[in-house]
Design a protein around this ligand. Structure first.
Ligand code: PGA
Length: 253
């Protein structure tokens, strides 16, 4: 049985002071969650958030990192820097980074390998545009993103990777994929993982759905066979995030 993992992706929101206030609002409310819970936050919020969450079950993640250990990369942050701070997870290849910051499958793959070698758990994002969905190439596209993202990653390492399937048309739009649409692609992702690593490894890897997850739709999405939790943007900045982490299957309407 895979343990669910529910991660907030704060994106470029929350000053350090606001971050502390949000942690204060959420930490008791999240307490007792059966799922693994992660707050992925801007770099400058990492210290205050690590401090605010130190006696809780909530883990902390970054939203990006560089693939080199150190050097002349002005403005960048390395895996070792994150690791030393006490960060556990790192989101890699989010569609916003692919769209606005020239992230490619190749750089994402380098980052995934560096994160794993450094002892960080990558949350590897994939997902199709609306145009791709309408052209009927969603599964092919996502399969390729997964294969490229995990190139050179062995089965042992792959087991710790978290995959986040986020249809781009569902991110921040209020348009959630239906539970069936999300399940279909997550099942296809598990299938490609089985082709790469064998069924046992594929069955151990957690696959999240992301894209307008909220307190209402979470129970239905998380009840699907191949959906092992969520990557939550907008709703991770509100009290509603606590509802999402305490989703219950018996709340399904
Ligand atoms: P959203 O963002 O929940 O606001 O749609 C999800 C994400 O981009 O990770």
């Amino acid at each position: 049985m895979r343990k669910k993992i529910i991660a907030g992706n704060w994106k470029m929101n929350q000053t350090p002071q606001e971050a502390q206030a949000l942690c204060a609002l959420l930490k008791d409310r999240v307490d007792g969650a059966e799922a693994d819970v992660v707050f992925c936050v801007p770099y400058v919020d990492l210290y205050p958030v690590l401090d605010a969450l130190k006696d809780t079950q909530i883990a902390v993640g970054a939203e990006n990192m560089h693939y080199e250990d150190s050097g002349a990369f002005t403005g960048e942050i390395s895996a070792n820097m994150l690791k030393e701070m006490g960060v556990t997870y790192v989101i890699l290849g989010h569609s916003e980074r692919r769209q606005y910051f020239n992230e490619t499958d190749e750089t994402v793959n380098r980052k995934v390998k560096k994160a794993l070698d450094s002892g960080l758990i990558p949350i590897l994002c994939c997902g199709e545009t609306l145009e791709q969905r309408e052209a009927g190439i969603t599964v092919e596209w996502v399969r390729m993103q997964i294969k490229c993202g995990l190139l050179g990653v062995d089965a042992q390492q792959a087991k710790s990777v978290v995959i986040a399937y986020e249809p781009i048309w569902a991110i921040g739009t209020g348009k959630t994929a239906t539970a069936q649409q999300a399940q279909e692609v997550c099942a296809a992702i598990r299938q490609v993982l089985a082709e790469l690593y064998g069924q046992e490894t594929a069955d151990a890897i957690r696959i999240q759905y992301g894209g307008s997850v909220n307190g209402k739709n979470a129970p239905q999405l998380f009840a699907m066979a191949d959906i092992d939790g969520g990557l939550v943007g907008g709703a991770s900045l509100k009290e509603e995030f606590a509802e999402i982490v305490h989703y219950k299957k018996d709340m399904i309407e």
